[in-house]
Design a protein around this ligand. Structure first.
Ligand code: SF4
Length: 352
């Protein structure tokens, strides 16, 4: 019987995000683990591997693809109401015990996710772009698993998509290297980054490092990608006032125009005993974000229960500009050029 690793290894091709090492080893640059992979070995994500001195990377399949509103990624300041053809592969460089996509993300890392092989469908970049166009999507998003680890595949898709006039976005944990961000710059318009907590110790328990994620937010912003940040607020994990203040102040220090989404957790994967995030906790987190000086704060995953926190307001005159119900845009008053029609304030984002 074919194993999942054998099945995936067929769906791979030589990658280019690496540096050569000694004795046929390669140093992968796709994420901040910077794995040194010897011939016959695999990286921490298990998806990139060394075959006879050549880095092999995932290519030519999706483990899921569908068309959703861009608000579901979530992006609130990126073509409101536009559809996004969203695809994912398998694997991740983190192992969060609260992952809401764990069957896909933990492929080859957790035996319980072995069924993820059933999701695999062969695909080409041309087919995915064609599918987006047929669906009337204006955006292509790499999501569901961690896109950084499959960047060569995304760049091939996005290069064609950009030629066809589509915008391209990542939905990512932000555990990037400067090298991968610079490689993505020519094709990536938007970058949604998870900021999961504010202590390095907790980040390491998930498989990452805090400073790397903060550096990614800053560099992606400096490179001109449209950045939005999401924090899944988990009771007794990252919902203390001190930690939320620290997150908000850190984002303000990069740019007060970065939208911050505080979203509700529900028990899943190995985090089944934790309580759900209440609307009150999200409201408290949002209040902190606004008090810290962030101009755009949203609450997600509790549609209809977070009052105006699904809407966009002008940070100057406070007029409502985009009204939403869950993922759906009911009204958008922002001008095509990106200004408040009431007071003329520039609203940060990608509007046309
Ligand atoms: S993408 Fe995978 S192989 Fe490359 S550095 Fe990250 S974990 Fe290692």
């Amino acid at each position: 019987m074919t194993t999942l690793a054998e099945k995936l290894d067929v769906l791979s091709k030589p990658g280019w995000l690496f540096e050569p090492g000694k004795d046929g080893a390669v140093r992968c640059l796709a994420c901040a683990h910077r794995c040194l992979i010897k011939p016959g070995s695999r990286g921490i994500c298990q998806m990139r591997f060394n075959r006879d001195g050549q880095l092999m990377v995932p290519w030519g399949y999706v483990a899921g693809a569908g068309v959703d509103p861009i608000e579901k990624k979530p992006f609130m300041h990126f073509l409101p109401g536009a559809e996004a053809l969203t695809f994912g592969m398998l694997g991740c460089n983190f192992h969060c015990d609260f992952c809401q996509n764990w069957v896909s993300s933990q492929a080859l890392r957790d035996p319980a996710s072995a069924g993820s092989g059933n999701y695999i469908q062969a695909a080409t970049p041309e087919e995915l772009v064609q599918r987006a166009r047929e669906a009337g999507a204006k955006i292509i998003a790499s999501s569901y698993n961690e896109p950084l680890i499959t960047t060569e595949w995304a760049v091939d898709i996005f290069t064609i998509a950009r030629r066809e006039g589509l915008r391209c976005v990542y939905v990512s944990n932000g555990f990037a290297t400067p090298e991968v961000l610079h490689a993505l710059k020519p094709v990536l318009d938007g970058y949604k980054v998870d900021l999961k907590c504010m202590t390095d110790e907790k980040y390491r328990s998930l498989g990452g490092r805090l400073q790397v994620v903060l550096d990614t937010i800053k560099l992606a912003h400096e490179l001109g990608m449209w950045v939005e940040v999401v924090t899944l607020v988990i009771p007794n994990f990252n919902d203390s006032n001190d930690e939320l203040w620290e997150m908000a102040r850190t984002l303000v220090s990069i740019s007060a125009d970065i939208p911050w989404h505080v979203t509700a957790f529900y028990p899943t994967y190995k985090h089944l005993d934790a309580e759900r995030t209440s609307a009150e906790i999200l409201q408290r987190a949002a209040d902190i974000g606004q008090e810290a000086g962030l101009r755009y704060v949203y609450a997600g995953n509790l549609p209809g229960r977070v009052g105006p926190l699904e809407n966009t307001f002008c940070p100057k005159c406070q007029q409502p500009l985009v009204r939403r119900s869950g993922y759906f845009v009911r009204e958008n008053r922002i001008t095509k050029e990106g200004f408040c029609p009431n007071c003329g304030e520039k609203i940060a984002g990608v509007w046309h």
